[in-house]
Design a protein around this ligand. Sequence first.
Ligand SMILES: [Zn+2]
Length: 454
Amino acid sequence: MLKTCPTFKSNNSLALNHSRQQADVHSICDSVKTTQTHLEQTESESAVSPYVNLRYVQQLLVKHHIQKHKTSYCCNRQFSTSSPTLLLNNQKTTNIFHCKHSSCSVCSKKIYQDKNNQLRKVFHYVAKNNPKACFHMLTLTIPHNQFHKLDDRMRMLAAMKRALMNHKVIKDLDLLFFHSTLEIVYSKNGFHPHYHIMLSKIKELTQQQIQAIANQYQKIAKKFNIIVNIIKSFKVTSYNNSTIVKAANYLSKSQDFSNLANELVSDNKKYSSNETYSMPQLISLAATNQFDKIVYSKSRVEKIIIEYLQLKNINYFRGCKKYDALVKLSANIQLANSKNDPKPTKYIQINPKAFLALSQNNLLLASEQVDQNNNVVQFEGLLKEHRRNKDLNDTYAYILYLIEANQKSLYPGIENDISFHNIANDHLPFQDLPFSYSQSSPSVSFQSSQLAAA
Ligand SMILES: [Zn+2]
């Protein structure tokens, strides 16, 4: 049964007879589990794990001689080399360079969370203003095997999606909006990129309309010399707005929308098949050396991750113009369960020279290593310690320890470039440069000049 999400009425799987459905349906959604965090991890370790994954990826890039990949510089450079970096007592850090790749464990946290919130706001807005609105999720994929290059498959799938969404079979539906999210998983048949496209319209899609979209997708595929099996490549799941809007209270409605958003955008999906992995999952297992939990060999896993990291110019998320307008209209909606970071009251200021020295000595992101005599040969990174510590004084003490232990390789007087402060009048002395993903807000561009300057 093609059941996407148990909390939703899923009544509109492409009208195909059951005998065909049973024939090896490669269903993406029915086997996916979204987990909050790795249960076995403690809270502080899961706060640090994005850094652990990032460091693993950075080392992998070095090992495979891949240079100038922006992720290589993520979190170990400053965004502005003329301003200090502040470690705040709400566990945040300012003035750090972020690569903003969706494939980066650190950056994707923010990117996915922002997108998730944005989708939830738009769903709420649309449902509130259009009592008859329906939400349909279309899943598009193409055949794939182990020998296909991810890059090629991806380009083809993106072009096919574009052709479909620009075709009159979609235009004539007079949609309220559509929005696509890309997900890449790896299975024994190689990379499996697929799009989840959310379509919203007044009244449900009819079976005829769904069939027409499916037929058109098949035609488009033919132009690309691909034969798609419609059952495997195209699927519609419907979420009837009335089931959502009639929900007894705002909170349960909000939960429904948040489930739906999680289904579209989540960086911690896990698949129940032990041969299928979401890419963040695969990276996380490899980064923590849990190759016993992966059915593929270590060298194959590394190759997969490298190929995934090198995917260029791909939009993971894209909304139509109507969607972009809805983003603006729904911007002020207050989401339930959204929590604001506590305001910082103290900070540690690290001046650029000190930051650079710490970075050059591998003291920001590394993991602790000891030799056989239990001497530390590599220190636990400062940024990771900072994430773990609830008390900023502990972080400051750790910095002093790092300075003392690494006296020879750091410069004399570095302690004068690192200072502890209380925040006066509620604001920070230096403006943090925003981590901006949304296209509608002004975003800072990270071009090679930025990297060269660092
Ligand atoms: Zn990054």
